[in-house]
Design a protein around this ligand. Structure first.
Ligand code: CA
Length: 292
């Protein structure tokens, strides 16, 4: 079988591209540049791009209806108007560590937005995972997190997958969709440091996980039991996250970063920071919106 080769989607080159999300109602892909404090939106049919300055570092986004996004900004949850670019605080995060910032996030089946924090000084265990309910109540769901990253749910909604990157693990919990509670944490994949660090992820309709590997130059597909089923290689090393999009949810969009790329790698990776896409032959689950 021919290897699947992702190609750049547009000319936008992020410093720290992350958090891609398919905006089904406008048939566009949105993603963030955390360190450059921008949200990018690309319409692959019309081939149009727009970007919104967020002021603060932006870790993750999810749709609210057709015209707005919920965003995890440095120290708050906010709403972003996609037309005007205006930003409004929804709830500040009362995080005990001032050097923490919001990082990866995603919505569950009930329209809650889950997003975690990471320590910008690398302090082990200083971060947390939060859940923003549609009523704008914030719950601290997990403590002792270092770099909160990939999130995803099984198609039957009974499991949540979670990556705290420096643990080099992909973990699963039992998920109670009614209450949003997590239990029974277990590890399904342990990653060798030579393969990079597990970062963002998505889940496909067969229940398999697609995980981006920071420093590993690839996205890997794993069964729910943790068996490796496929590797999609990229021409850049810092691969950050992925999601399915397109009207048939068959396009896999992959974000990458040029951030802190060793000087020796900058000239050999001219596409670092670009958004890539490929069609791996399986579709994703429909993207979820914030119900607030
Ligand atoms: Ca990340």
């Amino acid at each position: 079988m021919e290897p699947i080769k992702p190609t750049p989607v547009c000319d936008v080159r992020c410093e720290l591209g992350e958090g891609p999300i398919w905006l089904a109602e406008s048939s566009a892909i949105a993603w963030v540049d955390i360190s450059q404090r921008r949200i990018h939106v690309w319409d692959p049919i019309r081939e149009t791009h727009k970007s919104i300055a967020t002021g603060k570092m932006v870790g993750a986004i999810a749709p609210i209806g057709q015209y707005s996004l919920v965003a995890g900004l440095a120290d708050e949850f906010a709403s972003v108007n996609l037309h005007s670019g205006s930003i409004r605080t929804l709830v500040p995060i009362d995080d005990p560590a001032p050097t923490n910032r919001m990082n990866d996030g995603k919505c569950d089946s009930r329209g809650r937005f889950w997003a975690g924090t990471m320590s910008m000084t690398g302090t082990i265990g200083a971060g947390a995972l939060y859940r923003l309910d549609p009523e704008l109540i914030v719950t601290r769901v997990l403590d002792d997190v270092t770099i909160s990253n990939g999130l995803g749910w099984s198609p039957d909604d009974r499991a949540i997958y979670y990556i705290d990157s420096p643990t080099q693990r992909i973990d699963a919990f039992d998920f109670d969709a009614e209450t949003g509670r997590l239990s029974n944490r277990r590890t399904i994949v342990t990653v060798d440091e030579a393969d990079g660090m597990p970062d963002g992820m998505t889940v496909d309709i067969e229940g398999y996980l697609w995980v981006a590997f920071w420093g590993g130059g690839c996205v890997r597909r794993f069964s729910p039991k943790g068996e490796l089923s496929m590797t999609v290689k990229l021409p850049v090393t810092q691969v950050t996250s992925c999601t399915f999009g397109g009207d048939d949810l068959g396009d896999l969009y992959i974000t990458t970063a040029a951030y802190r790329l060793p000087a020796s790698d900058i000239s050999s990776q001219p596409q670092a920071g670009k958004l890539f896409a490929c069609r791996p032959g399986v579709a994703g689950l429909p993207p979820r919106a914030f119900a607030g």
